[in-house]
Design a protein around this ligand. Structure first.
Ligand code: JHZ
Ligand code: SAH
Length: 406
């Protein structure tokens, strides 16, 4: 059950990595099981509009529901990142406290809470009930639904046009992206902006961060593919800003064509994308080879450490780890357990590989020899936090951009 044509422009997609059957990345189970829902995970490139995408994504309700396992505020550096984003948005685009700000995929309120504190009119749209509840408890007006054209029109008829529409690590999750863009086109005021950020294709290829590919991430954007998409809705990219978050992201600012002066960086980044081949199918062959070498090296290293009787544990039961573990066949024979700070993930088993996920509060008692850093995108924050503990003759293992012990 795969889609052979591009979700953006309907052109025939060219496959570049076939991950095989994969579980839902955040489907942690209460008991070990071999009975997971699996889907065929293939990644493809559209030679026409340059969009990188999954050929199939599980139904949205299977991924985003009443027990969604990812709570945005588990990272201190992400809290700071979004606070800084709100300062920039206020400085560059907001004019009056009456301006309406709508955030798509507001999760526990990590971003929109900053605008609420500043006294702006705010709406968060968040379909996963448990995280939406956290946002509601913060006093944020949160609509517990999926954003689409219908919801955009409903907000428009009750609240009027939005000055700012935001989404962070959300747009790349949504296959019905045409409905989202139609909704944004209607809801956005003529002098409004849609600002979103998502993992950046350029970084994914450069760092071989293949684990950004899992069920939730149906798209991997570039400025090239986003500008094609925006144009279909009379929007254009007026600004781009590379971010270090999630291992390398891009912040895109979109507005109605002609309503703002375009920052020069937009053309610079687009020409650079052509230079590095983000518009060419051939560029993805190397990526695919790199993934396989990382896999072989990581599996060999973990098997060797196991034979030597070393204790290896994981750090951060990330969504990304589901791709790593399932594609490379890393299970509880190689990794004793994974420690994580998120209560809903604790005392569960990883999807498809049944590695126990335990409370972070036990990490320091566990006395590991090696710690596999699944949450590599939070490396700076985590290394700083664990400096003292890891100094006691323990080593980190990473696999992005290459397998390394440090
Ligand atoms: P983290 C999720 O990806 C899913 P994930 C989603 N698809 C997406 O795009 C991004 O987020 C935004 C834990 N942790 O941020 C918390 C510690 O235990 O890499 C999390 O479970 N100790 C929406 O899941 C996990 O690690 C710590 O000190 O790949 C991190 O998940 C820190 C910092 C985190 O996102
Ligand atoms: N913005 C936060 C949350 C990212 S998690 C951050 O950057 O950390 C992705 C969120 O998007 C989830 O909470 C999920 O429930 C939500 N989501 C998925 N599809 C959506 C849709 N159609 N409309 C709004 N939110 C959606």
């Amino acid at each position: 059950m795969t889609n052979k044509n591009c979700l953006i422009c309907n052109y025939k997609i060219k496959v570049f990595v076939d991950f095989g059957m994969m579980p839902i990345a955040n489907a942690f189970t209460k008991k070990p099981t071999t009975n997971n829902y699996l889907f065929d995970m293939k990644t493809g490139f559209c030679p026409k509009c340059k969009m990188v995408q999954l050929l199939y994504q599980p139904p949205k309700e299977m991924m985003f529901h009443d027990n969604y396992a990812f709570y945005s505020s588990t990272s201190k550096s992400m809290i700071t990142h979004f606070e800084n984003l709100s300062i920039e948005v206020e400085k560059n685009y907001l004019e009056s406290k009456k301006d309406l700000i709508v955030e798509i995929g507001s999760n526990d309120g990590i971003l929109i809470q900053n605008f609420k504190k500043k006294g702006y009119q705010c709406i968060g749209v968040e379909p996963s009930k448990n995280v939406a509840e956290v946002s509601k408890k913060k006093g944020i007006n949160t609509i517990n639904s999926f954003f689409d054209l219908n919801l955009a029109n409903k907000i428009l008829s009750t609240q009027g046009k939005a000055k700012i529409i935001l989404s962070a690590n959300v747009l790349c999750h949504i296959p019905y992206i045409h409905s989202i863009f139609e909704g944004i086109k209607n809801l956005l005021s003529d002098k409004g902006v849609y600002i979103f950020e998502d993992p950046y294709l350029g970084d994914v290829l450069d760092k071989t961060s293949f684990d950004q590919i899992y069920d939730e991430h149906v798209f991997l954007f570039s400025a090239l593919s986003v500008s094609y998409l925006a144009k279909l809705y009379d929007l254009e990219i007026i600004d781009l800003s590379p971010q270090v978050t999630h291992g390398g992201s891009m912040r895109y600012t979109l507005a109605k064509i002609g309503s703002f002066t375009k920052n020069k960086i937009v053309d610079t980044i687009i020409s650079n994308e052509k230079k590095i081949g983000l518009d060419q199918y051939l560029s993805f062959n190397k990526f695919s080879e790199n993934i396989d070498s990382i896999g072989k090296e990581l599996f060999t290293l973990l098997s060797k450490l196991k034979k030597q009787g070393k204790k290896v544990v994981g750090y951060g039961a990330t969504s990304k780890s589901t791709t790593v573990n399932n594609y490379f066949k890393i299970n509880s024979d190689l990794i004793d357990c994974i420690y994580d700070t998120t209560p809903i993930k604790q005392n569960t088993y990883t999807p498809g590989t049944n590695i126990p996920v335990l409370s972070y509060s036990n990490f320091h008692k566990s006395n590991p020899d090696y710690v596999l850093l699944y949450a590599w995108n939070h490396k700076d924050e985590i290394i700083k936090k664990e400096k003292k503990f890891m100094a006691e003759n323990r080593k980190w293992i990473t696999y992005i951009p290459k397998v390394e012990i440090f």
